[in-house]
Design a protein around this ligand. Structure first.
Ligand code: NDP
Length: 329
């Protein structure tokens, strides 16, 4: 069936379930409401949250259009929008529904993409870049003399987090799942890289840096790494559990934190660190500025079409990918 000019293609998660619940459907191109931008999407970023939402780890109403971030060009603006106009290049994160040809983005959640950053890179960098930014500047502000551990160091967040931790002068240990990933993590600046599929990362870290050497663990892997991470922290160190790639971390007794040396435990979420417009702009503009200056490398590890959204999620969950996956519209 031929589509009319008022219709667009959209990925659709039809029900809670595996990748097979994702389809591509025709939908009407929406009109921007008050405060909204209608954006012609250039690319959307693939994130682990897409999988949690499809599987129901994070509760959702079905069907829904997946995709939590992207970048594109403003086509039209709704009533009351003065900050952006048609032709402006914008990026967004946390606005569900990005994997479609035209997306509605609240103007107060959009950020300007500078001329010297292309839209695919913007879509690849925004959510994970701002996540890395808040983790090392907000949750546990890193500096010279700190030692940190970053799990999944060759992943989308991991590569950016490693580079930002090095910019701040910290020593960085990473875990990775293959020799190829180890190379990428070293190239991002990691000082100590451990293939945790081959050896015990806790033993390796203590062999290199001594007992309990870490000020902070940034753990996006979750169930399979969390407990061991607690045993590597200095007294009053911080465990930052920010993701569940291997499964959700089970409940922790507060006494465990005491036994391991009066530790701090936090489970942060990007949206609480960019809820204020000023924070959103500051984090996004730092990320874009570092990319434009060549100080932050964004590795696009895979490009997919709208028809391949399910495949992108399968690949991300399979541990075979490195860097960032994007859907190009
Ligand atoms: P990655 O590109 O890092 O992919 C996940 C990686 O986790 C895999 O490549 C793999 O790397 C590692 N891993 C270890 N065990 C498993 C497993 N059992 N199944 C799948 N992967 C596993 O993903 P992202 O960069 O998109 O996200 C990283 C984490 O950050 C996720 O948990 C995500 O939810 C979280 N996140 C949290 C945010 C927040 O606001 N709190 C915001 C953005 C992301 P390896 O092979 O090297 O082990």
């Amino acid at each position: 069936m031929e589509r009319g000019a008022t219709e667009m293609r959209a990925a659709l998660v039809t029900a809670k379930g595996g990748p097979e619940v994702i389809e591509v459907a025709d939908q009407p191109i929406p009109e921007p409401g008050p405060g909204q931008l209608l954006v012609k999407v250039a690319a959307g970023g693939v994130n682990f949250i897409d999988i949690y939402q499809r599987e129901g780890v994070y509760p959702m109403e079905y069907p829904f259009v997946p995709g939590n971030e992207g970048a594109g060009t403003v086509e039209a603006v709704g009533e009351g929008v003065t900050t952006f106009g048609p032709g402006d290049r914008v990026g967004w994160s946390g606005t569900l529904g990005s994997f479609r040809e035209y997306h509605l983005v609240p103007a107060d959640r959009a950020v300007a993409v500078p001329e010297d950053v292309d839209l695919e890179t913007a879509a690849a960098a925004l959510l994970q870049g701002m996540t890395a930014h808040f983790l090392v500047h907000g949750t546990f502000p890193l500096g010279p003399g700190h030692r940190c551990l970053i799990h999944a160091g060759a992943g989308g967040v991991g590569l950016l987090l490693t580079q930002m931790a090095k910019m701040l002068g910290a020593e960085v240990a990473t875990t990775v799942g293959s020799p190829e990933k180890a190379e990428l993590s070293r190239a991002a600046g990691a000082d100590l890289v451990i293939d945790y599929t081959q050896s015990d990362f806790a033993a390796e870290i203590e062999a290199a840096w001594g007992p309990r050497p870490l000020d902070v663990v940034y753990d996006g892997v979750g169930a399979s790494t969390f407990e061991k991470g607690l045993t590597l922290l200095k007294k009053r160190g911080m465990m930052v559990t920010f993701g569940n790639a291997s499964g959700v971390v089970p409940p922790v007794a507060p006494l465990e934190l005491m036994r391991n040396g009066s530790l701090f435990l936090t489970r942060p979420m990007l949206y609480d660190y960019v809820a204020e417009r000023a924070d959103l702009e500051r984090r996004a503009s730092d990320v874009f500025r570092w990319i434009a200056a060549g100080d932050l490398q964004v590795r696009i590890g895979g490009r997919y079409t709208l028809d391949q959204v399910a495949q992108a999620q399968v690949d991300l969950a399979s541990r075979k990918t490195t860097g960032k996956l994007i859907v190009v519209l």
